[in-house]
Design a protein around this ligand. Sequence first.
Ligand SMILES: Nc1ncnc2c1ncn2[C@@H]1O[C@H](COP(=O)(O)OP(=O)(O)O)[C@@H](O)[C@H]1O
Ligand SMILES: O=C(O)C1=C[C@@H](OP(=O)(O)O)[C@@H](O)[C@H](O)C1
Ligand SMILES: [Mg+2]
Length: 196
Amino acid sequence: MSEPLLTVADSLKDRARAALGSRNLILVGLMGAGKSSVGRIVASQLGIPFIDSDHEIERVSRMTIAELFAAYGEDEFRALETRVMKRLLKSGPRVVSTGGGAFVNERTRRHIKRGGLSVWLKADLDVLWERVNKRDTRPLLKTENPKQTLESLMNARYPIYAQADLTVISRDVRKEIMADEVLTAVIEAQKESTAS
Ligand SMILES: Nc1ncnc2c1ncn2[C@@H]1O[C@H](COP(=O)(O)OP(=O)(O)O)[C@@H](O)[C@H]1O
Ligand SMILES: O=C(O)C1=C[C@@H](OP(=O)(O)O)[C@@H](O)[C@H](O)C1
Ligand SMILES: [Mg+2]
């Protein structure tokens, strides 16, 4: 009997996996962009480990993100985030989903830039708001007008996220489709770098 042909989906995964090599794939972007949920699917498609930096921070500190912010403040949280990211990115390949402020911090950004291929999941305000307003776990959004806070963060952070290696538009489609779009972006980036 002949070998079954590769399906289109298999070839997408295989090609993205080959394009990534031993690099890490690091998802950046604002709260609600889908970094944690899409990152998990991307890692499973690629057959490589997945780590969410917020989960790792919670694991090592044995506190929730909200508790860390309340007990030590944002600056201490960022210092811990930098240390955790540095360690997570030492070896690869892995998919690492960051918290929304990680890439904005200069030191953490340096580790991310050295540590692999960064992908900005870019979404518009309404998409982000629809997603984040369902939960109250994000300390930066505990304000009088959280939608306005999110908009201010967008304005301040989008020029910085734009420094990521790749950008994928995060919109209202299934997470699996978003994951395929990330894989496609990884393949396209590799094609461009070998063509130049
Ligand atoms: N493509 C999508 N379609 C619908 N809901 C999504 C999508 N991506 C993420 N979500 C939902 O939005 C919320 C925020 O997603 P999450 O992955 O935690 O984002 P981030 O880690 O970037 O803050 C979650 O409830 C998640 O299930
Ligand atoms: O944007 C930020 O500064 C933050 C985003 C959160 O992660 P998500 O982007 O996964 O929600 C979490 O790290 C923390 O609440 C701070
Ligand atoms: Mg997250």
